[in-house]
Design a protein around this ligand. Structure first.
Ligand code: PEP
Length: 253
């Protein structure tokens, strides 16, 4: 079992052409840390230009439609994103589950569409604060994961991101013990569906990860990387997270 650390920025609805310099600088960081797989999920408008500046980083999208074409005004298919230069896509981010009413079934269908277009997938799951406070987080998030996991999920094209909703963009994170317990629970849940493949699948942590907390989070056994919003918008903020991931690789050798 060897899971390469995966560190991915999610720029959400941020980024204009003037920010392509940051994409280039992050691509340089990726080249300087080849043991870590580094990527940026850009707004769709920057995917094509960003893929020309990406260096050793990959470019991903933040969402795709579950169909390849059709009368879906304003939507983008996985094939379109792949043609623009994306090689990964996020599915099931809580900001889409909540604001767009995306269901687990929708998310599984989107992941399959992504796979069909040759994209790799980051499948997001996570609990609300009410669920966390009720003490049900592991059971609820494990069930959410199994309900949104696409048929044929495998480690070479899909990674999971555990993102507690209440930690996203808030500066709050769970305790390290809570992250460890959740990641272990998610790996056990994966094993019930995909068997030994679960040991190969990367499970990222997301939610207010930054240069100050990354080393501790990435040291947790089942944390295989991070999905990072705010702290991925500049190379300066993203660098310490990539470096912390690389340090874990070095520590493991
Ligand atoms: C995210 O949007 O996936 C995320 C983790 O955001 P932030 O790092 O800003 O909390």
């Amino acid at each position: 079992m060897s899971r390469r650390k995966l560190v991915v920025g999610n720029w959400k609805m941020n980024g204009m052409r003037e920010h392509l310099d940051e994409v280039e600088a992050i691509g340089d960081l990726a080249a300087a840390h080849p043991a870590v797989e580094v990527g940026l999920c850009l707004p769709a408008t920057l995917i094509m230009a960003g893929s020309q500046k990406r260096g050793a980083a990959f470019i991903g999208a933040q969402n795709c439609h579950m169909d390849m074409s059709g009368a879906y005004t304003g939507s983008l298919s996985a094939e379109m994103l792949a043609e623009a230069g994306a090689t990964w896509v996020i599915t099931g981010h809580s900001e889409r589950r909540e604001a767009r009413g995306e269901t687990n079934a929708d998310i599984a269908a989107k992941a399959l569409a992504a796979k069909a277009a040759g994209l790799k997938v980051i499948l997001c799951v996570g609990e609300s604060l009410d669920v966390r406070d009720a003490g049900d987080a592991e059971a609820v998030v494990s069930a959410q994961l199994l309900a949104s996991l696409p048929e044929g999920a495998a480690a070479d094209w899909l990674a999971v991101a555990y993102e507690p909703i209440w930690a996203i963009g808030t500066g709050r994170i769970p305790t390290m013990e809570a992250v460890e317990t959740m990641h272990a629970a998610l790996r056990a849940a994966l094993a019930t569906r995909i068997g030994a493949e679960a040991d190969e699948m990367r499970i990222l942590y997301g939610g207010s990860m930054n240069g100050a907390n990354a080393a501790e989070l990435l040291a947790i056994a089942d944390v295989d990387g991070g999905l990072i919003g705010g702290a991925s918008l500049t190379a300066e903020k993203f660098a310490p997270i990539i470096e912390a991931a690389d340090a874990r690789v070095t520590a493991a050798v």
